[in-house]
Design a protein around this ligand. Structure first.
Ligand SMILES: Cc1cc2nc3c(=O)[nH]c(=O)nc-3n(C[C@H](O)[C@H](O)[C@H](O)COP(=O)(O)O)c2cc1C
Length: 178
């Protein structure tokens, strides 16, 4: 989940993604990674992650183990001012080798589906040598959903209509694993 805001819609959308994933790929284990549970101060490691053999802080070491333990990633992220959240960039930049050569699917959301943040994220993930699926899932939220994003709204219909695109993305993700 890319959002760490106190009142955010991301858990609702990420749950939906994980549940579709569990139906679509029953042999896989889908785990939600909430960056609020992985507090990473802004770039407090002395070494450049791409050059580092190890990390000096316990939080970077724990984050490294978490990401190293996963085979693939689905990034569920909002668009903020045409980009993706700073917390997600910080979490990506803390590591390097742990991301490499693993498949990734981008699920973006916003008033227009978050295409601009998805394009930026695709570029950064490619720099980290992640294999990003061609399929991108764009979830369009209404202004009412954006204003009332306290986690208690029902799953927007516009989101559910993207189920087929999500399934296509997940199947592509699985193919990239092989
Ligand atoms: C700082 C900020 C900037 C935003 N910028 C955009 C934007 O550029 N485009 C857009 O469609 N929505 C934008 N929004 C609306 C978000 O897409 C919407 O609030 C969404 O619910 C945020 O996800 P979250 O609740 O999981 O944090 C912005 C919201 C915030 C908080």
């Amino acid at each position: 989940m890319g959002s760490v805001r106190l009142q955010r819609i991301s858990p609702l959308l990420a749950d939906w993604v994980a549940n579709v994933g569990r139906l679509c790929l029953p042999e896989a284990i889908f785990e939600l990674v909430d960056l609020r549970n992985w507090p990473l101060p802004m770039m407090d490691e002395p070494a450049i992650p791409a050059h580092a053999a190890d990390y000096s802080t316990p939080h970077a070491q724990a984050w490294s183990q978490k990401i190293a333990s996963a085979d693939a990633f689905v990034f569920v992220t909002p668009q903020y001012n045409w980009g993706y959240p700073a917390a997600l960039k910080n979490a990506l930049d803390h590591l390097y080798h742990e991301w490499q050569h693993k498949p990734a699917l981008i699920v973006s959301y916003g008033a227009h589906g978050g295409d601009k943040c998805a394009a930026q994220l695709r570029q950064v993930l490619t720099a980290l040598s992640l294999h990003v699926t061609e399929q991108h899932v764009a979830l369009t939220l209404s202004s009412e959903q954006i204003l009332r994003n306290d986690g208690y709204i029902a799953l927007p219909e516009a989101v559910q209509s993207q189920g087929a695109a999500l399934q296509t993305g997940l199947m592509e993700l699985r193919q990239l694993l092989r």
